[in-house]
Design a protein around this ligand. Structure first.
Ligand code: TYD
Ligand code: ZN
Length: 397
């Protein structure tokens, strides 16, 4: 569905960038499903009134999230990151084994497990049935549903309020932001804390990482737009920090405004020239990467990692299986299937043992250190690793 008004404030949307038509990123088709795959327009806009960066084509969340091939547990650095987030929150806010935690967008339950290890009760909300089923099997109570005010009322009847509500890399995936926040507000105890982590728009723009743009990211937050959203729902950010996760994220802790604590200072705003530079650089980078691939014709090139962002990247660059022979990825759901749109086959990581490859295109560039370690132990050497954004080529001998 095409929209022309901001989902947060109803302001008018201005077009920033049109990338073309793209498929759903987290459903990997099998051979027979490829023919039925659909594509939808991907256009980044900004709200003239509140500044929220967002898409103007809203793909029904049911089409995106109900069968979801992304799993948090398969990426070790992500598990560690969530472990640190839990420890940080426990320490900062003196959470104890009588505290109650709600994780909205709990995926396969990694953060729930981190709290369980500390004997703190954690409840999840996860609309993807395959992901919620995994965490239910681990023994967690997970509401298999989209979080909204209606579900919040049900959760409130079952549990009352929560001491900590975690929304990590989920807020971008919410269509009705105000209804969502009303639900959060209802479930946050009087002295409760809300922790939100989102990809940083400022960092996405400054590093030209347009591959974060895909249909399930309906919104792209800066510190300012996130503060506006929270302020509208009478929540105050008391702590905020940028971190380098997923190429640059923003983590904030917020409390009810009525608590009257000192607000955190801003982490900086995105300005119009950031968008301008971003748009012009993307085109330049596209040409440079396409030229690089043309110059490597005849070499065996494969991809490492089939993250959602690689769907945007490879489809934008029009790279197909004649240029990237296959991709390896640690997610069981993705293996034996094809990368959406580009239709490149996806295999387990061990597949790299079997063939002599010349180049590896590092598609999950955010896990560079972990993946380079794996490449060193898995791959027949020598091999060269191409980093998509710096276009740096690392030679492994
Ligand atoms: P990720 O960057 O977490 O997210 P997104 O899909 O939002 O862009 O996805 C990383 C992908 O890379 C995921 O499919 C798992 C895969 N992966 C590996 O194959 N091996 C690894 O060592 C790691 C860390 C990730
Ligand atoms: Zn707006």
């Amino acid at each position: 569905m095409k929209i022309n008004k901001c989902r947060f404030c109803r302001g008018k949307l201005d077009l920033v960038l049109s990338l073309g038509d793209f498929p759903v990123v987290n459903y990997f088709p099998n051979e027979s499903e490829i023919k039925k795959e659909k594509k939808y327009p991907l256009e980044l806009c900004i709200c003239r009134n509140c500044g929220l960066a967002q898409l103007n084509f809203i793909l029904d969340p049911k089409k995106i999230f109900q069968k979801y091939h992304y799993l948090s547990s398969v990426s070790k650095p992500l598990v560690k990151h969530l472990h640190n987030l839990a420890s940080d929150a426990i320490k900062k806010f003196n959470l104890t084994n009588s505290s109650k935690i709600l994780d909205i967008g709990s995926n396969d339950g990694v953060l729930l497990e981190e709290f369980k290890k500390k004997h703190i009760e954690a409840v999840g909300v996860e609309p993807s049935f395959n992901c919620s089923e995994i965490s239910t099997k681990k023994g967690f109570r997970v509401y298999e549903n989209f979080f909204d005010q209606k579900l919040a009322k049900k959760i409130y009847q079952d549990y009352g309020g929560f001491d900590l509500i975690a929304i990590t890399h989920t807020l971008a995936n919410i269509v009705d932001l105000n209804d969502f926040m009303r639900g959060v507000k209802l479930l946050l105890k009087k002295n409760g804390v809300l922790v939100i982590e989102v990809g940083s728009l400022k960092k996405m723009l400054s590093d030209f990482k347009f591959d974060s743009i895909y249909h399930e990211h309906y919104s792209y937050f800066s510190f300012e737009t996130l503060s506006k959203l929270l302020a509208k729902h009478n929540l105050t950010i008391i702590y905020s920090k940028n971190n380098l996760f997923h190429g640059g994220s923003l983590r904030v802790f917020a409390v009810h405004k009525e608590i009257n604590t000192k607000a955190s200072k801003s982490l900086g705003e995105v300005v119009p020239s950031d968008y301008k530079k971003f748009v012009s650089q993307i085109k330049i980078r596209k040409t440079k990467l396409q030229n690089l691939f043309s110059s490597l014709e005849g070499s065996l090139i494969v991809g490492y990692g089939a993250p959602a962002k690689s769907v945007t990247l490879l489809n934008y660059l029009s790279l197909r299986s004649d240029q990237i022979s296959f991709i390896v990825d640690s997610t069981p759901y993705k293996q034996g299937r094809f990368l959406p749109g580009a239709h490149i086959p996806v295999f387990p990581e061990e597949h790299l043992n079997k063939v002599k490859v010349d180049y590896i295109f590092l598609l999950a560039w955010n896990y560079k250190d972990e993946i380079l370690k794996k490449i060193k132990s898995l791959v027949k050497k020598p091999v060269k690793v191409i980093l998509p954004f710096s276009r740096e080529i690392i030679e492994i001998k």
